[in-house]
Design a protein around this ligand. Structure first.
Ligand SMILES: Nc1ncnc2c1ncn2[C@@H]1O[C@H](COP(=O)(O)OP(=O)(O)O)[C@@H](O)[C@H]1O
Ligand SMILES: [Mg+2]
Length: 333
C-alpha cells in the first residue's frame, strides 16, 4: 500500500480488505477510498458488512487479509486514533451521570482540554441539557451525546455508524443536518447507513456495499445516473419486446410486474412516443410514469442478478435486509 502523507487526498484507503467469521465472509476484498473533506456515505443493507469494516478502520478488530491506511497510518495506531473520532453502534454512557459529566469522564481519559466540553455540547445542541442525567435523555439526545463524545478530540476524521438508527423522523432530520454541518470545511465524515435517501441527502460521495462487496462507488450525481420510464402494460412480454426495439433504449427489465426502461446516456425516450408504439401494437397500457433517478433505482439495478458484478448470490445474503430482500426483481432478457 502506498504511504500516504497526512496531506494526501485519501483519508481512508483499503486494499482488498477482507474479514471472515468462520464460513461467513463479512467483508470481501473491499477497496474503499475516502477523500479529505468529503462526507462519504457507506451505504448497504443490514448485514452487508458496514460495522465490520468500520471496526477494522478503527483497529478494533483485525482484518483476515488486505491493507488499510487511515490518515496515512495503520488503523488503531496512536497517530490515526488521535485524529479520529467515532461512534460505532450505540455508544455506552453512565446512565446516572449527566451528559456533561459523561463527557468530563471521557475528556479526562483522553487528555482533552475541559474547555472542549461545552463547545461540543453546543455543536450537538445539548448545552442546555448538559446537567440532565443521561438515562432521562431521549434517544435522539443520546445519539447526539455520542457524536459530541466523538468530537471531543476535534478530529479530522469522524466515523459515524448508522447514527440515525432508531430515531424518530424529527430526530433523523436533526442528526442529518448536524452531520452536514460537521462535514463542512476540512473535516472528513464517514457515515454508514442502510437508508438510501439519507445518503442521497447528506453525502457528497458514496460506496454501496452488499454482502461484503463494494458494488458501486462514486459521487451521488454519478451514482444516480439516468431517469427511467416505468410501464405497466399487457401483454407484458410484448410490451417489453417493443420497448427493447426502440432506438436509444439500453435496457427494459421487469421489476415487480412493471417494465422499467432505461435509455442510453444522452438518449431521451418520449413517453408519448412509447405509448403510441405500444397502443399501435395492440398492447393495453395501464400505467406509464417517469421514475426519477434515485439511489433506490441504483439499488434496484444492482440487485438485478444479471447486472451484479462478479457475485451471483446477492440478494440472497443470509442476513438479508429490509430494503432489497422483499423486492421481486427479475430480468427477462
Ligand atoms: N462477531 C461476529 N461473529 C460472527 N459473525 C459476525 C460478527 N460480526 C458480524 N458478523 C456477520 O458479518 C456480517 C456483516 O455484519 P455487519 O458488519 O454487522 O453488517 P452491517 O453493519 O452492514 O449491518 C453479518 O452476516 C454478520 O452476521
Ligand atoms: Mg452495522
Amino acid at each position: 500500500m502506498p504511504d500516504h502523507t497526512n496531506h494526501g487526498p485519501h483519508v481512508i484507503e483499503t486494499r482488498d480488505l477482507t474479514r471472515r467469521y468462520g464460513e461467513i465472509t463479512a467483508v470481501d476484498t473491499l477497496n474503499l477510498t475516502v477523500r479529505r473533506g468529503e462526507v462519504y456515505g457507506f451505504l448497504g443493507p443490514n448485514g452487508a458488512g458496514k460495522t465490520t469494516t468500520l471496526r477494522m478502520l478503527l483497529g478494533l478488530i483485525r482484518p483476515t487479509s488486505g491493507g488499510i491506511a487511515v490518515l496515512g497510518s495503520s488503523p488503531g495506531s496512536a497517530g490515526s486514533l488521535a485524529r479520529t473520532g467515532a461512534m460505532i453502534e450505540t455508544p455506552a454512557f453512565y446512565p446516572h451521570l449527566s451528559g456533561g459529566d459523561n463527557l468530563r469522564v471521557l475528556a479526562r481519559y483522553a487528555a482533552v482540554d475541559a474547555s472542549r466540553i461545552d463547545l461540543v455540547l453546543d455543536q450537538v445542541r445539548l448545552l442546555d441539557r448538559a446537567g440532565d442525567v443521561f438515562r432521562e435523555y431521549s434517544l435522539g439526545m443520546k445519539q447526539r451525546l455520542g457524536v459530541a463524545a466523538a468530537l471531543l478530540k476535534d478530529p479530522e476524521l469522524l466515523i459515524l455508524d448508522e447514527p440515525t438508527n432508531g430515531l424518530d423522523p424529527a430526530g433523523m432530520t436533526e442528526m442529518r443536518a448536524l452531520i452536514r454541518e460537521l462535514g463542512q470545511g476540512n473535516r472528513t465524515v464517514l457515515l454508514s447507513s442502510h437508508l438510501m435517501h439519507e445518503v442521497e441527502q447528506t453525502c457528497d460521495r458514496a460506496g454501496i456495499i452488499a454482502a461484503g462487496r463494494l458494488v458501486a462507488e462514486g459521487t451521488i450525481d454519478d451514482l444516480l445516473g439516468e431517469d427511467a420510464l416505468v410501464v405497466r402494460a399487457e401483454p407484458t412480454l410484448d410490451a417489453m419486446a417493443i420497448a427493447r426495439d426502440i432506438a436509444g433504449v439500453r435496457r427494459a427489465s421487469l421489476v415487480r410486474g412493471a417494465i422499467r426502461i432505461k435509455t442510453l446516456p444522452g438518449a431521451e425516450l418520449d413517453p408519448a412516443y412509447l405509448n403510441a408504439r405500444l397502443v399501435g401494437a395492440g398492447v393495453a397500457v395501464r400505467e406509464l410514469r417517469l421514475e426519477r433517478a434515485s439511489l433506490e433505482s441504483v439499488f434496484l439495478d444492482l440487485t438485478n442478478p444479471n447486472e451484479l458484478p462478479a457475485r451471483g448470490d446477492w440478494p440472497g445474503h443470509p442476513d438479508g435486509n429490509d430494503t432489497i430482500h422483499d423486492e421481486e426483481v427479475a430480468d427477462v432478457a
